[in-house]
Design a protein around this ligand. Structure first.
Ligand code: SAM
Length: 286
C-alpha cells in the first residue's frame, strides 16, 4: 500500500475540515433559533441601536449567572455567522448590536421572519431529513410522508397547530416580498383588472396588492382549512378549493412558492387549471 505523501495528507486534512463544516452546519441554524426563542433580537431592538453588554443581556433575558459564559459562546457563534455584531473594544466586555439579519428576527416587527424560522426548525419539519437516505429506497412519495404517514398539507388539515405554523410562516415571508413587489415593480401590474393568488395562504400578498392597486379585484384560492379562519377584511375574496380541480377566473394568476412543492406531472396539472382560469384575450388586448 502506498504511503500518503505530504501533499495528499494536507489535502485530506483540508477535506476533513470541509466534512466537519458540513456536519456541524446545523449548529448555526439551531443557535439562531435559540437566540430568537430567548428574545435576544427583541431586547437589542428595544435598546434602539445602543449596544448591550453580555452581563446586561444575560440579566435582561433572565439567564442565571452560571449560564452567562454559555450565552457568550452562543453570541460568539452568532456574531461569527453575521446574525449579531460585537462592537466592544479589544479586552473589554462584549457588547452587542443587531445586524440586518437579526433585525428581521425582531418579533413584533411587521416585516419579521421569525415565524418562518420556527416553522422550518420545528421537529416535524426537521424529522423528514433524517430519513432522506432511506426514502430513496422506499415507495413513499416524499420524505415528509415517510416520516409522518401523510403529506404536509394533509397533516396541516389534521393539526391546527401545524396549520397555524405553516400559515404564519408563509404570511411573514409574503409580507416582506409583497412590500418590495408593490414598491419596486409597480409596472408588473399595469393593465391588470383581476388577480387570483393560487395557494395564496392567508392572503398577505394579495391584500398588499389590493391595497396598493385598489382597481385590481384580488382573490385567494387555498385549501378550505387554510382559508376557513382568515379574518375577512373585504379587501380580498377568499375561495376554499383545490387548485388541481378548479382555479377561479381572473385575468392574472399568481403562483408564489407553489410549484416547488409538487412533481413535474402535478405542476403541469396545476398550470392547466391556471390556464383555464384566464379568459381568452380580446383582439388587440395585451
Ligand atoms: C408553500 S405555501 C405558499 C403560500 C403562499 N403562496 C406564499 O408564498 O406565502 C403553499 C400553499 O399552497 C396551498 N395548497 C396546497 N395544496 C393546495 C391545493 N390542492 N389547492 C390549493 N392550495 C393548495 C397550501 O395550503 C399553502 O398555503
Amino acid at each position: 500500500m502506498a504511503h500518503p505523501t505530504a501533499d495528499n495528507t494536507e489535502e485530506e486534512l483540508q477535506a476533513q475540515v470541509l466534512v466537519w463544516n458540513h456536519i456541524f452546519q446545523f449548529i448555526s441554524s439551531m443557535s439562531l433559533k435559540s437566540a430568537v426563542e430567548l428574545g435576544i433580537p427583541d431586547v437589542l431592538h428595544r435598546n434602539e441601536g445602543r449596544p448591550i453588554s453580555l452581563s446586561r443581556l444575560a440579566s435582561l433575558i433572565s439567564i442565571p449567572p452560571n449560564r452567562t459564559d454559555y450565552l457568550r459562546r452562543l453570541m460568539r457563534m452568532l456574531v461569527f455567522t453575521g446574525c449579531f455584531a460585537n462592537v466592544s473594544k479589544e479586552g473589554e466586555e462584549e457588547e452587542y448590536v443587531l445586524t440586518p439579519v437579526s433585525r428581521l428576527l425582531v418579533k413584533d416587527k411587521d416585516t419579521g421572519v421569525s415565524p418562518f424560522l420556527f416553522f422550518q426548525m420545528d421537529p416535524d419539519m426537521q424529522s423528514p431529513w433524517q430519513s432522506l437516505g432511506k426514502w430513496f429506497h422506499s415507495d413513499e412519495p416524499t420524505p415528509f410522508a415517510m416520516a409522518h404517514g401523510v403529506e404536509i398539507f394533509e397533516m396541516g388539515r389534521r393539526s391546527e397547530s401545524l396549520n397555524r405554523m405553516i400559515n404564519q410562516a408563509m404570511a411573514c415571508d409574503s409580507r416582506l416580498r409583497a412590500k418590495a413587489l408593490v414598491e419596486q415593480h409597480r409596472d408588473a401590474f399595469v393593465g391588470v383588472k383581476s388577480l387570483i393568488d393560487v395557494g395564496g395562504g392567508t392572503g398577505s400578498l394579495a391584500a398588499t396588492i389590493a391595497v396598493a392597486f385598489p382597481s385590481i379585484k384580488c382573490a385567494v384560492l387555498d385549501l378550505p382549512h387554510v382559508v376557513a379562519d382568515v379574518p375577512k377584511s373585504g379587501v380580498v375574496e377568499f375561495v376554499g378549493g383545490d387548485m388541481f380541480e378548479h382555479v377561479p377566473p381572473a385575468d392574472t394568476v399568481l403562483l408564489k412558492m407553489i410549484l416547488h412543492d409538487w412533481s413535474d406531472e402535478n405542476c403541469v396539472k396545476i398550470l392547466k387549471q391556471c390556464k383555464k382560469a384566464i379568459p381568452p384575450r380580446e383582439k388587440g388586448g395585451r
